[in-house]
Ligand binder design. Structure first.
Ligand code: HSE
Length: 310
């Protein structure tokens, strides 16, 4: 028998312009799993997190991740997973990716790291597919690898870690509105008009250039989304007004976090992130919508081992 305890962080997908190709990891907040491997052939998942999760393990994102890992390495085992700490599902900070990344990373650690980091991300993407109906890695890759990542290509997977300049903080507000990732993906058109595509790739290039040169003004103005946001912002009451207020208060950018309904402001220090968080909460309060706010530093760290028992 062997047991590991692993942590994988929360994350924010898209960073505005990078639909399905850019994501960042957040500090401190995340999921903790304990995974035990013993002789046999089976899987159990016990939830001790206090956060409601599906009872049917076929509906839990951890299940396809564990199965994909074992299939990839051609092994069978009895795997028992305990969910110790969990980001609330639907909070918009990569809850399903944190579990998926922790499961994939933990399985790899249990077996002595037979898979590369990219292969670990591929296993984690199986959980994302169950949760959202799509193989996207813009939460799973930062949750495994940390920092800000670019998925340059999916076939084959080509992930590039980008520099994280200075003290980047995110204020994330989770309004109590339900937007399922599946639904938020299904409403998107299948084709993007050339005019919007041109603006989008200009922004993606600008964002990458801004990160490499440490030009945070460029980072902020490049975080504009002409592909998904026009369709998704109708889920978020008063989105444009809120953005005007948050940018007026000094945030570098404000965008939908992943597929929403959470919204995040990127700021270059904690104080302005706290001010943005306060404004975002006040906005939803004024509309009679409850919300939670997290002010979290962008992290260079991804999934990590926090304990091992042999
Ligand atoms: N890139 C994905 C989307 C992230 O925007 O649908 C889901 O959190």
């Amino acid at each position: 028998m062997k047991k590991v305890r692993v942590f994988a962080p929360a994350s924010i997908a898209n960073m505005g312009c990078g639909f399905d190709v850019i994501g960042l990891a957040l500090d401190e907040v995340g999921d903790i799993l304990e995974i035990t491997m013993s002789e046999g052939d089976g899987l159990t998942i016990t939830n001790q997190s206090g956060v409601p999760l599906p009872e049917d393990i076929e509906q839990n994102v951890i299940t396809p991740v564990v199965r994909a890992f074992l299939k990839k390495i051609g092994q069978k085992a009895q795997i028992d997973v305990t969910v110790c700490e969990k980001i609330y599902p639907g909070s918009g900070i990569g809850s399903s990716a944190a579990s998926s990344a922790a499961a994939a990373f933990g399985m790899n650690e249990l077996y002595g790291c037979p898979l590369s980091e990219e292969e670990v991300v591929m296993c984690a993407m199986e959980g994302e597919n169950l949760a959202s109906g799509g193989y996207h890695a813009d939460n799973a890759a930062p949750a495994v690898m940390g920092g800000i990542v670019l998925i340059r290509g999916y076939e084959p997977l080509d992930i590039i870690q980008l520099p994280v300049p200075g003290n980047f903080y995110c204020a994330v507000v989770h309004p109590h509105i339900v937007v399922a990732t599946k639904e938020a993906r299904e409403i998107l058109p299948k084709a993007v008009p050339m005019h919007d595509a041109v603006r989008q790739w200009g922004n993606v290039g600008g964002l990458i250039a801004g990160l490499y040169s440490g030009n945070i003004g460029l980072v902020g103005r490049a975080m504009q989304d002409h592909v998904a946001e026009p369709y998704r912002k109708s889920f978020i009451p008063g989105f444009d007004d809120l953005r005007a207020k948050v940018l007026g208060a000094g945030a570098l950018a404000m965008n939908i976090s992943g597929s929403g309904p959470s919204v995040f402001a990127l700021c270059d220090h904690r104080t302005s992130a706290e001010a943005a968080g306060f404004l975002m909460k006040k906005h939803f309060d004024s509309l009679g919508i409850g919300s939670e706010v997290y002010v979290v530093k962008v992290s260079n760290k991804g999934a990590k081992l926090t304990g091992i028992t042999i």
